[in-house]
Design a protein around this ligand. Sequence first.
Ligand code: GDP
Length: 360
Amino acid sequence: NTSSTKIEESMIELEELAKAAGGNVLGSIIQNRDNYDVAYYLGKGKAEEIKEYANNMQANLIVFNEELSGAQIRNLEEIIGLDIIDRTALILDIFAKRALSREGKLQVELAQYKYRLPRLIGVGKEMSRLGGGIGTKGPGEKKLETDKRHIRERIYDIQRELKEIKKNREIQRSKRLKSNLPIVALVGYTNSGKSTLLNKLIQSHREYSADKDVFVKDMLFATLDVSLRKAILPSNKEYLITDTVGFVSDLPHYLVEAFKATLEEVSYADLLLHVVDSSNEHFNLQIDTTLGVLKEIGAADKPMIYVFNKADKVNYELDYKPKDEYVFISAKTGYNNEQLLQKIECHINSNLKKVKLLIP
Ligand code: GDP
């Protein structure tokens, strides 16, 4: 039925996330249970079963697909004898490794503290000693000796610094709006090729960007921060292009909140390029996830071009026809790059016309 496919899909995504965090996925278990156990999340008997399974697999870390309370993690760790993290901790860990800008780093740190505060149980026992290197990045290591009061102080400081940064962003944004250049935002599931495409599109404008090349890696969430670059169309028209956070499903609400500032860029865009990894067997799930996040930030109605990327890896006809415009490209080989540019140009021109019509 639909709910069990949904669970399976969610588990597939969890596996991808674990791999993105550098983990080696040995196996997975799905438990069907109607009643939820407050102390162990799943029943004690099931926990014993997981212990045996994990021992056979020689696992050193267990990831739960739901958010667990501090007590549940503790109780489960006691029975199973292995380190345990939940989906949220895993996502935070990936974000911590990927954040590039000061703002992105601070946002992740703040989210980590907010996640940990209610789960703290005293010095030395929480997120600091996890297996496989997962969960060890971020404030964990340096915080063994910190108590709740220190965390609260740190949260306060981070929030103050973020406010400053936000003020600066607004100044920058109004400058940018004055420049009147159209803004194109790259959106799409992580690992679809957004950074690669961005680098391709801005090649002719390298000198404009003061900062380093966007970091490209064969992992999810290569891009957590927003970067805005100038690019140029075949007609010599200039536009600004922005890259956004990794999109992932079931992001806890307070995390969506935390990354709103970076996602906000999308709502200023004139056109969205929805980049899809057409070589991924789950690409339609990834499209749905991205559309879900866009809806959440109120950007679902923006003009959009579907960019089916990695065409070089696909040797069959895709039976997916979005209602919006679409194009097959390879950001890597440059296949159909011209066609994509033409489509961008077409959209930008028709948008400019609309703006002109509004002015009497
Ligand atoms: P992002 O997370 O959406 O920014 O994705 P990236 O741009 O970091 O790309 C993820 C991985 O896919 C990298 O290893 C890229 O080299 C690879 N990649 C990107 N575009 C293509 C493409 O057109 N073809 C192939 N074969 N690989 C690509």
